[in-house]
Design a protein around this ligand. Structure first.
Ligand SMILES: Nc1ncnc2c1ncn2[C@@H]1O[C@H](COP(=O)(O)OP(=O)(O)OP(=O)(O)O)[C@@H](O)[C@H]1O
Ligand SMILES: Nc1nc2c(ncn2[C@@H]2O[C@H](COP(=O)(O)O)[C@@H](O)[C@H]2O)c(=O)[nH]1
Length: 205
């Protein structure tokens, strides 16, 4: 029996999801963050195995071929994916898991686990999104331009998500994220008690 809940957090790059998720994790020891695999080069200060597992394209394609990703996507010219074994193991142990992934990955996860709770983080405006990417100082102008250009397309998928949070004031947005997590846990606790057979996906070996 799977006891964990899967939370999916998506947003256009720079909206502030990593910041919000970091604050949530610091306050909520019951949620575990999945560490994705990526072919993107590490940014200054990023450590292999902490922010991401950094691998090359050949390694990524081999893992994908072997079906080792629960979901994967090409985002801003790099590949990203979530380890299937790791995710299933943690959820079987009863952990609540949080995936910080893009809308394509969210679609793939929803198909496999319709009970997953998905949350989309919006920036207050595109201009503010661009300011945040610049202020972060981790990407070249060219990369920032590509991420800003892609943001509107990503935001068109906002209606596919269970919760939408506008990250204007960070503390307000964090409060909304915590409320969404709390409400979902309560809802699932009730559903699980009533319909244990519904929670089938990750029970399969
Ligand atoms: N509410 C906010 N007000 C002002 N700045 C913010 C807010 N939230 C986040 N930021 C800042 O915006 C920048 C981008 O945030 P963050 O790295 O969390 O975005 P992200 O959505 O995770 O981006 P990516 O998908 O590229 O990882 C950071 O410098 C962060 O400190
Ligand atoms: N589908 C997936 N998307 C992922 C995953 N890990 C991260 N991402 C998304 O990629 C972009 C860019 O991230 P960055 O760290 O390079 O700025 C962002 O939207 C992430 O949410 C994943 O495993 N699968």
């Amino acid at each position: 029996m799977i006891a964990g809940t899967l939370f999916i957090v998506a947003a256009p790059s720079g909206a502030g999801k990593t910041t919000l998720v970091g604050r949530l994790m610091a306050e909520d020891p019951h949620v575990q963050h999945s560490i994705s695999y990526t072919t993107r080069a590490p940014r200054a200060g990023e450590q292999n195995g902490r922010e991401y597992h950094f691998i090359d394209v050949q390694q990524f394609l081999a893992m994908r071929e072997r079906g080792e990703f629960a979901e994967w996507a090409e985002v801003h010219d790099n590949f990203y994916g979530t380890s299937r074994v790791w995710l299933e193991q943690r959820m079987k142990e009863g952990c609540d898991m949080l995936l910080e992934i893009d809308w394509q990955g969210a679609q793939q996860m929803r198909r496999q686990l319709p009970e997953a709770v998905s949350i989309f983080i919006l920036p207050p405006s595109i201009a503010e999104l661009e300011r945040r990417l610049r202020k972060r100082g981790s990407d070249s102008e060219d990369v920032i331009a590509r991420r800003v250009a892609g943001a509107l397309g990503e935001m068109r998928h906002v209606h596919e998500f269970d919760f939408v949070i506008i990250n204007n004031d960070l503390d307000v947005a964090l409060g909304e994220l915590k409320a969404a997590v709390r409400a979902s846990r309560l809802r699932f606790a009730r559903q699980r008690a009533r319909h244990p057979d519904v929670f089938r996906f990750l029970d399969q070996d």
